[in-house]
Design a protein around this ligand. Sequence first.
Ligand SMILES: O=C([O-])CC(=O)C(=O)O
Ligand SMILES: [Mg+2]
Length: 389
Amino acid sequence: MPIRIVDVREVTKPIASPIRNAYIDFSKMTTSLVAVVTDVVRDGRPVVGYGFNSNGRYGQGGLIRERFAPRILEADPASLMDAAGDNLDPDRVWATLMTNEKPGGHGERSVAVGTIDMAVWDAVAKIAGKPLFRLLAGRHGVQADPRVFVYAAGGYYYPGKDLGALKAEMRGYLDRGYTVVKMKIGGATITEDRERIEAVLAEIGSQAQLAVDANGRFDLETAIAYARMLRDYPLFWYEEAGDPLDYQLQAALAAFYPGPMATGENLFSHQDARNLIRYGGMRPDRDWLQFDCALSYGLCEYLRTLDVLKAHGWSPRRCIPHGGHQMSLNIAAGLGLGGNESYPDLFQPYGGFPDGVRVVDGHITMPELPGIGFEGKADLYREMKALAG
Ligand SMILES: O=C([O-])CC(=O)C(=O)O
Ligand SMILES: [Mg+2]
């Protein structure tokens, strides 16, 4: 008997906060929480996979309810099974989701699909009775490494935040075991941003490194002006200087910025990733790629992106995804990415780690929980159970 996906539920939840980066504020930010309910029973209860999209894009309830959930629910269950007939095949589910979707134009539909794809992989790993990172490592013939590098993202602009508050925030991350911290730039004048950077560097000293993120705000002239300022400091990276799709700007910037650059969180397909690699001047010996599967058609597509990188001589170690969710932690531990983002104080309960997981020397160790591991995080699992428990 094939496994049946008996329901796909979605609820749009607020993840609002009074912060802003150089481009947007998060006062109205939302996320879609999705449950994929199966008829497989484990420990007396149906297996349910959960997923959600990461911050930066909004909830996708309309697309999920109108297009994507019905396609799965209307599909012949046998068409969604793997070759062995003992589990769902995420690639077949993905192909069903994308029925009658034209190529190109990778806008918000990639977020809707990425969110459902996360829930499908959670269900598949639970049905297999394994942590997702172990399932992935097994399928790809690599050694899982449960120890994953994580960095603390924050340093946002918000009303009344002075240098003292910024320094205290960064100190808080060091106290929690992080060795790399990130702050926003480009939302103030270059003079003010230089002061903010110097204040943070003075605070963190040799205990940690600093990354900066312009969120795609700069035109070429401003991106270069910042590059000239930033290269005075030993930064961990200079992130998303210009528009995410302006590969020529990114390529030109490399001539002015010898240190590591990072980008990719707003590229939503393997084709866009390939264009970045082809035309964006990114350097495989030092730069970082931040594609986030939750925003970009999910893990099925992320695997194609990793293939593109391999074909162009890039190691998966150069990937540190955006988004701070446990899905990317599993991919990092299972497929050897360079690490994962984390927002210690933001976007809760969706981000972060299972309860009891601590950051030690800039790394966490994955617990051995079936699926993605959401059940290990009480505040998150409470929301999930309320949707489909
Ligand atoms: O502020 C945001 O949109 C999030 C972001 O860029 C990041 O985490 O790198
Ligand atoms: Mg960013």
